[in-house]
Design a binder for this molecule. Structure first.
Ligand SMILES: [Zn+2]
Length: 405
């Protein structure tokens, strides 16, 4: 009798496996955009624009607007710490640490949560659909190449791409930054102190000393600065490493030390945020999968956690079918139309859509499901420990830390 029961259970389980293998894997729940651009890096930038007399193109962040109204700071400093998402901060720092105690709220990054895209939003007050920096690597239709925008080279190649160099100012450096707009208006002062990716000072003491020097200049002013860690350490070693823990604790104690010195200057507000968090995924290389045969370029781009694909004409349906079979559990597959309909890259204000926007993110893009931990690597992608650019809470939430006198 017991043997018969076990046999029936075994047969039932086997039939379930057979049935489930025959069911096409579809996205089980529909994709929902999570990033609220009215509560993001863009809106933080817009609050700063408004306070310094520049007309913002998007909604401002009410929390910061109210603080500006209440405190009327003469000096506004915005320090962006690369890779220090709020979830990582909470994992590593204790609740009495300076950064956690002074975190007023969490805000959203922009999509995709990656340095190139986020830095351009915080520096211009524009959504990605307007500044056109759609990921670390973007398809540039006017030269028909996938380009790593900040390094001026084709994805997977080391040398500078001359075709891109010829068009980059026209398409990717044609938007004015907030510091440029304030300086142009000539009513207040504005400074950008540690410019990414060139001339980046990696010494946190020097980063703060330059802020302190600039504070000596008289007049109402905006100071933007940037610190490149813990991003590099997280990519290589992940947040579980002692090196990353030490770096984040060091950042916390340096910010605590230097904010005391900064606040010795009257009417000063120091705002600290980040561009994105980090996520440790399992990696799958698409070159061993069937979808590879349908691609007109074997490289994926935008981000490994939100990979975009250039698909051979006429093979779109085959690609989508095979992708969902192999990766549908871990990723939503969105067509170009869906990416636009969901406003994944944010709204664009009238007349401000980036000239190449709609033709720069490929034919399909896969968006990582929140709790699923995969990254897709194409032909030229190197293996890293930790990634960002996906849609998990770990990647999209960033801290809003404010200290003022
Ligand atoms: Zn970054």
């Amino acid at each position: 009798m017991i043997c018969l029961k076990i046999f029936i259970i075994f047969i039932s389980a086997l039939s379930l496996i057979i049935i489930s293998n025959n069911i096409p894997i579809e996205n089980t729940s529909p994709f929902k955009p999570k990033i609220d651009y009215d509560n993001s890096l863009t809106s933080l930038a817009c609050s700063i624009e408004k306070y310094f007399g520049i007309n913002p193109l998007h909604k401002t962040l009410p929390y910061i607007d109210n603080l500006f109204l209440e405190k009327k700071p003469e000096n506004v400093i915005l320090l962006l710490i690369d890779g220090l998402g709020s979830k990582i901060m909470e994992k590593i720092l204790d609740k009495n640490s300076f950064l956690i105690k002074n975190m007023k709220k969490e805000i959203y990054s922009v999509f995709p949560p990656t340095t190139a895209t986020c830095l351009n939003s915080i520096k211009t007050g524009l959504n990605p659909s307007e500044h056109g920096w759609l990921g670390w690597s973007t398809y540039v239709p006017v030269i028909n190449k996938i380009i790593n925008l900040y390094v001026n080279s084709e994805k997977g190649k080391r040398e500078i791409d001359q075709d891109f160099v010829e068009i980059k100012d026209k398409y990717y450096y044609n938007k004015k930054t907030i510091t440029e707009l304030i300086t142009e208006k000539d009513e207040y002062l504005a400074f950008e102190l540690n410019c990414y990716p060139h001339n980046v000072d990696r010494n946190i003491d020097t980063v703060f000393q330059r802020i302190l020097e600039t504070l000596k200049i008289k007049g109402k002013k905006y100071i933007f600065s940037y610190y490149p860690e813990p991003d590099d350490i997280l990519h290589i070693k992940t947040h579980k490493s002692q090196e990353a823990i030490n770096e984040i604790k060091k950042i916390n104690s340096k910010v605590e030390k230097y904010s005391k010195l900064i606040l010795e200057h009257e009417n000063t507000m120091l705002i600290i945020t980040s561009d994105h968090g980090h996520f440790i995924p399992n990696k799958k290389r698409i070159t061993t999968h069937k979808i590879n045969q349908y691609l007109r370029d074997k490289r994926v781009f935008i981000e490994n956690r939100s990979p975009a694909f250039l698909v051979k004409q006429g093979n779109e349906q085959d690609f989508a079918r095979e992708f969902k079979k192999d990766f549908g559990k871990d990723f939503y597959l969105l067509s170009k139309k869906e990416i636009l309909d969901y406003k994944l890259y944010g709204e664009y204000s009238e007349g401000n859509k980036h000239e190449l926007f709609e033709n720069s993110f490929g034919d399909f893009m896969a968006i990582s499901k929140d709790s699923r931990n995969k990254a897709l690597l194409g032909e030229t992608d190197r293996n890293m420990g930790s990634y960002h650019g996906g849609y998990s809470d770990d990647e999209i939430y960033i801290p809003l830390i404010v200290v003022s006198n």
